[in-house]
Ligand binder design. Sequence first.
Ligand SMILES: [Zn+2]
Length: 204
Amino acid sequence: MTQTPGRLVKSETIQPHHYGFGTLRKGQTLRIVDVEGQQVADFVSIRLNEPTEYLDCVYTNWLLNRWRWHAGDTIYTNLMNPMWTITADTVDDHYTGGGFCSRVARRLFQIDDRKGCRDTLEDAFEANGIPKVHLQSVSCFNVFMNVGYDPDGSWVLREPKSKAGDYIDLRAEMDLLWLVSVCYWPQVVNGNKPTPLRFETYDA
Ligand SMILES: [Zn+2]
């Protein structure tokens, strides 16, 4: 049974290769739904009106003493303040190493000359009046992204484990702005087929 974290106040479906954003007040929850399955969100967040404080994967890993995040975990900022709590997670497999795809990467891998998630997120920052220099690689929580840190030292992109309807719930622990690029990388990282994600905002 799918439990809802409160009263739904907003729902938006975002297509791959597009950005989305929204503000949350402390206590509200953002649910990210993998509509068709195997789709990655390049997801960043900053303290509301303070882009120098942002979700930080490395400080979170340090404070959790692991790189695998689970329901019940706190996600921290670069100033080590609690920013989110993972309150539900039907996938339990995400990439927390930071970074995003880019136009440069699409050229390098001879895909095409289109924007990648970094470029799309820069557009999202500028749409909010925030200079794109504030976009930090370490701030990107790659929701539903499956990366293997294999014992032989390999770092391997694999198909996401998420299925249609899977979701993660993030409860805001401060007033914040979230921004996302729904990844358009055509290969295994998105199950070889980029598809939309839905972003639902709930009051407590
Ligand atoms: Zn991407």
